[in-house]
Design a protein around this ligand. Structure first.
Ligand SMILES: C[S@@+](CC[C@H](N)C(=O)[O-])C[C@H]1O[C@@H](n2cnc3c(N)ncnc32)[C@H](O)[C@@H]1O
Length: 283
């Protein structure tokens, strides 16, 4: 992110969620009625452009962006049902959880941690649209590469002694390994009952050649936006490192499992690409 510019890929993710509602079949994998609101005019138009959004790259991205949120929010639901009261959305971008879940306003505090540029842009869009910030949202500007997320969270009122669910979607591939594991270690040191659901980019033998080809082509466009994908993990390596970091349970979700759960029987060409990993690590 150059200068004060917000993340272009955060806007891209919101555009994919908006596009899913307009172009893909029912049932929707994930419904985000706020996605369109956060878009500029160019992306609003593009979200509904069947030709532009019909390529294998955009379908793979749309599948990932929708299923990762559906999966994570199901985990958040059970965390809250079990009495959890703190959620941290890391690299929140234009995530609309707090806006959609007014039912949780008195039960759950949501800390949105994001790069200062992107977070400022999100808050400006809310202000410009005369949308009140949800009263249970706490905005915590943090650059994972240069700031201590824990210190900033504590300053914003986060309580380390309470179980916390962390959501970290579409972010680790933009970070160094050091920044990624510094944050995962922060979660691993949290109180019992805490967990993180996060996405990572997969390398190694579990990636199919056709999915790899799509990612290689997609990565050229992503790099041109100034936010290159730089961080990849082999599933068995990241699982082992998560245990070393101190997690007691790690669920590394397999492509076949995600495919079956979110895409079985669909006729709109969405699928879970084997280039994307989703892990849920519990303290
Ligand atoms: C692809 S977007 C994903 C946004 C959101 N999680 C979603 O699923 O829509 C990547 C996010 O990572 C954030 N990000 C990238 N590098 C970062 C850094 N060094 N520190 C903090 N946030 C960062 C961006 O600001 C952006 O919000």
């Amino acid at each position: 992110m150059e200068g004060t510019a917000p993340s272009a890929t955060a806007a891209g993710a919101a555009m994919l969620r908006a596009s899913h509602l307009v172009l893909d079949d029912e049932p929707k994998v994930f419904t985000d009625p706020w996605a369109l609101f956060f878009l500029d005019e160019r992306r609003r138009l593009m979200a509904g452009d069947r030709e532009a959004m019909g390529t294998d790259i955009t379908r793979a991205s749309r599948s990932t962006v929708t299923a990762r949120s559906a999966l994570t929010e199901a985990e958040i639901d059970s965390f809250v049902e079990n009495g959890g009261t703190q959620i941290v959305v890391l690299g929140a971008g234009y995530d609309s959880f707090t806006l959609r879940r007014a039912d949780l306003v008195d039960r759950v505090t949501v800390f949105e941690v994001d790069h200062p540029n992107t977070q400022a842009s999100k808050r400006a869009k809310l202000r410009d649209g005369a949308v009140a910030e949800p009263t249970n949202a706490r905005y915590v500007p943090v650059d994972f590469e240069s700031q201590d997320a824990e210190r900033e969270l504590v300053q914003a009122g986060w309580r380390r002694d309470l179980p916390t669910f962390f959501s970290w979607l579409g972010v680790t591939m933009y970070l160094t390994d050091a920044a990624t594991f510094a944050t995962l270690e922060l979660v691993a040191a949290c109180s019992r009952g805490s967990a993180v659901a996060f996405q990572y980019s997969v390398k190694g033998s579990t990636v199919t050649p056709s999915d790899l080809d799509i990612r290689d082509r997609a990565s050229v466009g992503i790099a041109k936006q100034g936010e290159p994908w730089i961080n990849f993990y082999e599933p068995q390596v990241i699982v082992s490192r998560l245990f070393t970091a101190g997690f007691s349970e790690v669920d590394d979700l397999r492509s076949a499992e995600l495919e079956q759960r979110f895409f079985a029987g669909r006729t709109d060409g969405l699928w879970w690409p084997s280039t994307n990993g989703m892990a849920i690590a519990r303290v």
